[in-house]
Design a protein around this ligand. Structure first.
Ligand SMILES: Cc1ncc(C[n+]2csc(CCOP(=O)(O)OP(=O)(O)O)c2C)c(N)n1
Length: 195
C-alpha cells in the first residue's frame, strides 16, 4: 500500500492562511503555480522562471539579510535534491528564522511528472536532521497539517517540514508573473516600506 498523501494545494492554502504579514514566502515549481492562484502579498518571492534548486539558497540569503523576519520556502522535492548542500549551509549559518517546506510528490510535476530519483526512498527528514536543522517535521494528513502549521512555522529554526502530497498531472506549470527585475524592485520597496 502506498503512503498517504494530502492535496498539495490544500497544504499550501494552510500555509497561506498561517503566514504573517511580515513573513517572506519564497515559492518555486508546483507550489509557485498554486501560490499564484491565491491572494498575492508584496513579500511573496515567486521564483518563476528559475534555475532549479535555488529556492533554499535564495531563502537563506533573505533570512540572513532580514534576521527579524521569518522566511518560508516552499520547495519541490526534485529541486530539494538538486541543492541538498543548501541544507547544510542553512544550518551552519544558524538561520533560525528560515522554514523549508518540501512538497514531496515523488515527481518532477511541472515538467510532466517524471519520477524523481528513488521516489519514496530518500529520507529528507534524516537528511535535515543530519544537516543540523533545529526542528524537523513530517506530515501527510491535511487535518493534522492544518492543526500544526502555525506551531511548525513558529518552532525554533532552522525548520524543515516534509509534506507528502499528491502529484497533479495534466495542468500547465507555473507562468512567469512578469519581469524579474521589476518584481525584485517591488519586493525591495515593500521590505523598506515595512521597516
Ligand atoms: C538545473 C535544471 N535541471 C533541470 C531543469 C528542468 N526542470 C524544470 S522544473 C523541473 C522539475 C521540478 O520538480 P520539483 O522540484 O520536484 O517540483 P514539482 O514540479 O514536482 O513541484 C525540471 C526537471 C531545470 N530548470 N534546471
Amino acid at each position: 500500500m502506498s503512503a498517504p498523501r494530502m492535496s498539495a494545494k490544500e497544504a499550501l492554502v494552510a500555509v497561506h492562511a498561517a503566514r504573517g504579514e511580515r513573513d517572506v514566502v519564497v515559492t518555486t515549481m508546483s507550489p509557485a503555480r498554486d501560490w499564484m492562484t491565491l491572494r498575492q502579498h508584496p513579500l511573496d518571492v515567486v521564483l518563476v522562471p528559475s534555475a532549479m534548486g535555488h529556492a533554499t539558497s535564495i531563502g537563506l540569503g533573505i533570512a540572513l539579510a532580514q534576521p527579524e523576519r521569518r522566511v518560508i520556502v516552499c520547495n519541490g522535492d526534485g529541486s530539494m535534491l538538486m541543492n541538498l548542500g543548501s541544507l547544510v549551509s542553512i544550518a551552519a549559518a544558524g538561520a533560525a528564522n528560515l522554514v523549508v517546506l518540501v512538497f514531496d510528490n515523488g515527481v518532477y510535476e511541472v515538467t510532466g511528472a517524471q519520477p524523481i530519483p528513488s521516489p519514496g526512498a530518500i529520507d529528507f527528514v534524516a537528511i535535515a536532521r543530519g544537516s543540523g536543522f533545529a526542528s524537523v517535521f513530517e506530515h501527510s494528513e491535511i487535518d493534522r497539517w492544518r492543526e500544526d502549521v502555525q506551531r511548525i512555522l513558529s518552532a525554533p529554526g532552522p525548520t524543515m517540514a516534509l509534506l507528502h502530497v499528491e502529484p497533479v498531472t495534466g495542468i500547465p506549470g507555473p507562468r512567469s508573473p512578469g519581469p524579474a527585475a521589476d518584481r525584485g524592485r517591488r519586493f525591495t520597496a515593500a521590505i523598506q516600506q515595512q521597516g
